[in-house]
Design a protein around this ligand. Structure first.
Ligand code: NOJ
Length: 793
């Protein structure tokens, strides 16, 4: 099993690198490290101030140029290395390396005493160049918010910005300067485990979220003390790995790249992201890490990116495995020549760059360019002005990193509420009455770690509210909750072993030793005594993680058996899904009376889910990704290209594009999600039938709440280019508005359409809006739309 994680991902390497979760075991490791920190601090003495160059610090270019001019080659190379504390690099040794000028920044050191010590070490260096500290702050920091797919399901940019700014504040309070986020890889193949981390399948929605997260994490440049620099990842096209198998190759036409996959990275960069993390995959035959077209022509020249680039973990060495470098020397040469400024978990820059410069294969200019970017990023993080900007002073250090007072639970709960999507609700099964008896069953009903979702690095599962806790708190003394686990996540011990491999402290997936039949029997008994069943089913969070690709999108058999047995009781059955990718739910759709997709809701999930189940919050989430009926239907993304022989509903299927043994189209389309109330949309009204060049038109609809409850919905605007110089998608999301309406209330929503919404990259990769007809479609999901047309002159 170990060979599956060759170099790039060795969790034992770092102190708090647990990407899925920092379990309570981290606390023990923290305190051991703290002892080491205190010892080294005693020996090393206190912080010095950085030596400033003669050039005024206000003048970034001059200041950095002067500093670079004073640096030796070894010092420059040192700045290009991003190193993690771990067994191979204990903190004391790391401190020495820093003082010697052999490290530019660290990742995974996330507490102030550690980082103060490391910064002190930097201040003892010849040029006193400050360190920076990076971390995977992905969907929260100490407070865990919903995973990426959940955030995207909110379609609420304020909520997403709130997540990012709260996470930034907490991380900055832990002396973190930079996050490896946002992750904006478009995902159209849910077999890919990292689908969970991103924001779905749509270029427009993901681009909007890219902007919101960059603004939330980073704010402005220079980055304020309570924000952290954003580095958008994984540049580029990582979400398009063949077959959804992680780290696999990507082969894609330039038009598809430009129109569908690249816009979110571009949006993050245009929003000011200070960094870019380079993808592990190859693109059209050249690994991103050595891909000159990608890193130079596109990123630097075409897009004008001025920030720092960072390799992914060990990616430079992996150039040998890709088969484009014969040895480490060649790998280092390719990467530095390609403009990979920072080498994450570096071994090769240190070893190989001096010789490469000596031989002339790498020029001093190549090195200077990279070092200038790294120092520029440090400048933008405010570290030359104050190396201790986010480290602060010892007397203010928190006594307990995971203390309740450090959390932002209200914000997490607010965002979590908005992140859930109601997929089914037959006979108004939901909302539930608190006065009833509820059978709460399922392997995810009381699973704190899984609430957090993967990449909840600094989140601590001891702070997570499970559904069981949330439901009990909401019901209080009004009704009863009867709990029975009912099933293990899976009965396949091989899978359990795989899932527990990455978690080196405590196993994440713990198996109930009873027989599956005994567990089901207990659950059925609870169901029989209850008015309604709530079954929390889905995936253990490790099933939707880096390197956790799946061949099936079904619920594991253990859980299917449980659902079937519960269904047989005849009691109303509510499925609460917890998962990090679209699942194939044809069977469950038939069996369940209601289905609530909660993804992984984060630390306050249990309370937030209870609010939705009881109707204290009316669900408003919409899917950011299509749900296929079965794994064989992949890809099912809504904005697919038009065809000569499309499948047409109601017409004979022969000789049309379809799979003949299954209903065509997704089970749940992009943009779909129910509410406890009903919304009606009027026809679309356009302000004109033609749009002059450079002009705009307006599309208006009236949306009305037809039901008895207040609620929110997302009104979505799609555009179809009727005839263009190249094949265009059937439709593309171009705008949306989230609107809150009281019962009976209606609002007119207006959408401005200008040429920017009609533009696409043509066969010559020119960004053009071509004259002719366009269909404007407005709806509450991507399928149920009203349409009007206009002509662009
Ligand atoms: C590897 C992952 O691909 C990347 O997303 C992450 O930021 C780095 N490791 C650092 O943890």
């Amino acid at each position: 099993m170990k060979s599956a994680f060759p170099i790039s991902y060795d969790p034992t390497q770092t102190e708090s690198r647990a990407p899925r979760n920092a379990s309570s075991a981290r606390t023990a490791r923290d305190s051991a490290l703290m002892k080491a920190v205190c010892l080294v601090a005693l020996v090393s003495g206190l912080s010095a101030l950085p030596a400033q160059a003669a050039a005024p610090i206000e003048n970034k270019r001059a200041f950095i140029a002067e500093l670079v001019g004073k640096m030796t080659l070894d010092e420059k190379i040192g700045q290009l290395r991003l190193i993690s504390i771990g067994p191979e690099m204990p903190i004391a040794q790391l401190a020495n390396e820093i003082t010697a000028g052999r490290v530019g920044g660290t990742f995974n050191s996330v507490n102030r005493p550690h980082n103060r010590l490391l910064q002190d070490a930097a201040m003892k260096g010849r040029l006193k160049i400050p360190m920076f500290f990076a971390y995977d702050v992905i969907h929260g920091h100490r407070t865990t918010f919903p995973i990426g797919l959940g955030l995207a399901s909110s379609w609420d940019m304020d909520a997403i910005r709130l997540m990012a700014s709260t996470a930034a504040k907490e991380a900055a309070g832990d002396s973190v300067d930079m996050t490896f986020a946002p992750m904006v890889d478009i995902a159209r193949d849910p077999r890919w485990g990292r689908t969970s981390e991103g924001f779905g399948e749509d270029p427009y929605l993901v681009s909007e979220i890219a902007k919101a997260t960059v603004k939330g994490f980073q704010g402005t440049l220079p980055v304020p003390a309570d924000r952290i620099m954003a580095s958008v990842k994984h540049f580029a096209l990582y979400g398009a790995v063949e077959g959804g198998r992680d780290y696999n190759t990507v082969d894609m036409s330039p038009m598809r790249m430009y129109n569908d996959y690249l816009p979110p990275y571009r949006a993050a960069i245009d929003a000011g992201a200070g960094g870019v993390m380079v993808a592990l995959n190859s693109i059209n035959g050249v690994p991103a890490t050595s891909n000159t077209w990608l890193m130079q022509d596109l990123l630097r020249k075409e897009w004008g990116f001025k920030g720092v680039s960072v390799s992914d973990h060990g990616a430079i060495v992996e150039l040998m495995r890709h088969g484009v470098a014969k040895d480490e020397r060649e790998a280092a040469r390719l990467a530095i020549k390609n403009g990979i400024d920072l080498s994450m978990a570096d071994s090769v820059y240190l070893k190989e760059l001096p010789g490469l410069v000596k031989s002339g294969e790498v020029s001093t200019n190549d090195i200077d360019k990279a070092v200038t970017e790294v120092l520029g990023a440090k400048y933008d993080m405010g570290l030359f002005q104050n190396p201790y900007l986010r480290i602060g002073v010892a007397k203010d250090d928190p006594a307990d990193l995971d203390a309740e007072s450090r959390l932002h639970r209200a914000a997490a709960r607010e965002v979590a509420r908005k992140s859930m999507v109601l997929l089914e609700n037959r006979n108004s099964t939901l909302p539930l009455a608190k006065s009833k008896t509820i059978a709460l069953v399922g392997p995810l009903a009381d699973a704190p770690i899984d609430m957090l979702g993967s990449w909840s690095a600094a989140g601590n599962s001891k702070n997570a509210v499970t559904l069981r806790t949330g439901l009990n708190a909401a019901v209080g003394t009004q009704g009863r909750v009867l709990y029975a686990r009912g099933a293990n996540i899976t009965n396949d011990e091989g899978i359990v072993k795989y899932l527990n491999f990455l978690n080196w402290d405590t196993p994440e997936v713990t198996q109930d030793k009873r027989t599956p039949a005994a567990m089901i029997e207990e659950a059925v008994a609870a169901a029989r005594q209850s008015d309604v069943i709530v079954a929390a089913v889905g995936e253990a969070r490790g099933m939707s993680h880096e390197s956790s690709s799946r061949t099936s999108l079904d619920l594991p058999q253990s859980q299917r058996d449980l659902i079937t047995a519960l269904k047989a009781t005849g009691k109303p059955l509510v499925l609460v899904l917890m998962n990090g990718r679209p699942l194939a739910l044809q069977r469950e759709q038939q069996e369940a009376d209601a289905i609530l997709e909660t993804w992984y809701t984060g630390m306050e999930g249990g309370h937030a889910i209870a609010e939705v189940l009881f109707g204290d919050y009316n669900p408003s989430g919409k899917l950011p990704i299509s749900f296929p009926r079965s794994v064989g239907q992949i890809p099912t993304y809504y904005n697919h290209a038009r065809l000569g022989r499309p499948f047409t509903e109601g017409k004979p299927g022969n000789y049309t594009s379809q799979y003949f043994e299954e209903v065509t189209g997704p089970l749940y389309p992009f943009g779909y999600g129910l509410s406890y109330t009903d919304f009606a949309l009027s026809d679309v009204v356009l302000s004109g039938a033609t749009m002059p060049r450079g002009g705009k038109i307006e599309a208006a609809v009236t949306v009305k709440n037809m039901g008895q409850r207040a609620g929110e919905t997302v009104v979505q605007l799609y555009i179809q280019d009727v005839a263009a110089s190249v094949v265009r998608p059937v439709k593309e999301l171009k705008d949306f508005q989230k609107v809150a309406l009281q019962p009976g209330e209606e609002k007119v929503l207006r959408f401005a359409i200008d040429e920017s919404k009609l533009k696409f990259f043509n066969a010559q990769l020119q960004h053009v809006a071509e004259p002719g007809a366009f269909n404007v479609q407005i709806g509450l999901d991507s399928q149920a739309v009203k349409q009007k047309s206009f002509e662009l002159q």
